[in-house]
Design a protein around this ligand. Structure first.
Ligand SMILES: *[C@@H]1O[C@H](CO)[C@@H](O)[C@H](O)[C@H]1NC(C)=O
Ligand SMILES: *[C@@H]1O[C@H](CO)[C@@H](O)[C@H](O)[C@H]1NC(C)=O
Ligand SMILES: *[C@@H]1O[C@H](CO)[C@@H](O)[C@H](O)[C@H]1NC(C)=O
Ligand SMILES: *[C@@H]1O[C@H](CO)[C@@H](O)[C@H](O)[C@H]1NC(C)=O
Ligand SMILES: *[C@@H]1O[C@H](CO)[C@@H](O)[C@H](O)[C@H]1NC(C)=O
Length: 444
């Protein structure tokens, strides 16, 4: 498919541009302590596995991981995946391990969907995200782990998601679809130099995690594949995502924190999140917060983003019933090309887990700064639509320049206060008061 062809070139260009831009470029280094030198190495091929694309290696992966647990090697151990196509069902990782995919190694998910084990719903969601009850476990899964590295020489984790997308389209899914990689309640995680491809559902999902680095990964899925979000940090803190190329069927990066009454009760925010040097394309958003933000999202910096042929450049979204907060979010240095909406900040997006969501639980959206955005071939500048009785406050737009082939359609605003400096097309009147402008000047 065409989508696979230009990606390498674009990633290479993006990385080369980023690397030549500055010797002193900021990186995620230090966000997670460097893992120790692994004291042992095992290969999945030594546990009865075969990389022939036909043999099912679920048992081989499970035995290899169990052997790492038993070895208790100083510094942990590496699980090496040699070149070849390693067909497998879901398997769990363990602490103090590196999963290393050699160049030409593909971990490929089985399409035998009934054989995928189920796990319980996340407490902050109360049910599967798509359907009531449990959900299929992710292809690669971990819970309660420390010090896990998933890396290699650009090997691929392939979800073969089309069977799941077809079930979704036909309405025959029995449970919520699986992620490609989900890590729960874990810390000290590094994911790098890997390709994630054709996930059944969201690709990379760290939930209830801390100290997570995701860098130099490629995430690919067709634009018409449902809900194939790229990277979704969820109720997680100290997360750093950088130098990724993401082209999928849903938001490239979306920061979340639980769903309505379940997320409010669980009360775990996503905080201290850095997202930088992301390039890609999505029929939905390049960079998103939400819509599930019931535990709150705060202290987010997203910078040097570059999205093309997308639905929205930046989409910050929540809903009545979500509760929680979205505050202290800065998005800066963004280039957009051929994007329908430059920016949307909206309080009426997303569905509810059930009818007992709290209609009085209104989210608080406060202190968002969007600056240095250059867009061309933009259809509509954007929409900033707060919630009656919970207006979005201290929204600052600065140096936002959006142009279109035909004149770009103007901003629309509702239930919002804040300021705008040097914004084209001219900002809506809600953002042009003297007090809003001085707030905006002071916050930069
Ligand atoms: C890694 O693989 C992806 C997908 O095939 C490709 O687009 C990219 O160019 C590769 N990167 C490197 C450095 O080889
Ligand atoms: C994998 O981990 C999950 C969550 O911790 C657990 O429910 C499941 O039983 C584990 N699977 C195996 C095969 O150990
Ligand atoms: C990014 O990953 C590719 C392989 O996927 C590797 O060749 C390259 O050296 C990595 N870049 C960095 C900065 O780690
Ligand atoms: C806002 O978030 C940034 C990270 O983007 C953080 O450095 C700063 O301390 C936060 N400000 C407040 C008032 O918490
Ligand atoms: C619904 O939300 C409102 C506003 O946060 C809160 O005061 C009220 O206690 C909540 N009701 C329930 C049943 O949780």
């Amino acid at each position: 498919m065409a989508r696979r062809c230009p990606c390498g070139l674009l990633l290479a260009l993006a990385l080369a541009a980023a690397l030549s831009a500055a010797g002193a470029q900021e990186t995620c280094s230090g966000a997670v302590p460097a893992p120790p030198r692994r004291g042992a190495r095992v290969s999945v091929a030594s546990f009865g596995g075969a990389g022939d694309g036909r043999t099912l290696n679920t048992g081989a992966f499970a035995r290899a991981v169990a052997s790492i647990d038993r070895l208790r090697a100083p510094g942990g151990a590496e699980l090496y995946v040699p070149p070849g196509v390693w067909l497998t069902g879901p398997f769990n990782l363990t602490s103090r391990m590196t999963l290393f995919l050699a160049r030409g190694a593909v971990i490929r998910a089985t399409q035998d969907t009934p054989s995928w084990p189920l796990i319980g719903p996340l407490p902050s969601y109360g049910r599967g995200r798509e359907l009531p009850g449990g959900r299929y476990i992710s292809l690669i899964h971990g819970s309660g782990l420390q010090d896990v590295v998933i890396t290699g020489e650009n090997g691929t984790i392939d979800g073969q998601g089309s069977v799941w997308w077809d079930m979704w389209k036909k309405g025959t899914l029995p449970y919520t679809r699986p992620h490609l990689l989900e890590l729960m309640s874990s810390s000290g995680i590094i994911v790098s130099n890997i390709v994630f491809q054709d996930s059944p559902f969201w690709n990379i999902h760290p939930v209830y995690c801390s100290n997570v680095v995701i860098r130099n990964v490629t995430v690919l899925a067709p634009h018409d594949s449902p809900n194939t979000d790229g990277i979704d940090p969820d109720s997680s803190s100290n997360v750093c995502i950088e130098d990724c190329y993401i082209s999928t069927g849903d938001d490239a990066v979306a920061i979340k924190s639980g769903w309505d009454e379940y997320g409010i009760a669980y009360g775990r925010p996503s905080s201290d999140i850095t997202v930088r040097r992301i390039t890609g394309s999505s029929p939905f958003a390049g960079f998103a917060v939400g819509s599930e933000t019931s535990g709150g999202v705060q202290n987010v910096l997203a910078e040097h983003l570059n999205f093309f042929s997308s639905g929205f450049g930046i989409h910050i979204k929540t809903n009545t019933g979500r509760g929680g907060f979205i505050r202290n979010i800065t998005v800066s240095d963004v280039t957009l090309d051929n994007v329908r909406y430059g920016l949307r900040i909206t309080g009426d997006v997303g569905d509810h887990p059930d009818d007992s969501y709290n209609r009085s639980a209104l989210p608080v959206v406060d202190t968002l700064t969007i600056k240095n955005v250059q867009g061309q071939n933009i259809r509509e500048a954007g929409l900033i639509k707060g919630i009656t009785n919970s207006a979005f406050s201290r929204i600052c737009l600065s140096n936002v320049k959006l142009s279109g082939g035909t004149p770009v359609r103007p901003w629309k605003c509702e239930a919002v206060t804040g300021g705008a400096l040097d914004v084209q097309p001219s900002p809506c009147t809600e953002l042009t008061s003297t007090s809003g402008t001085s707030f905006c000047t002071n916050s930069l």
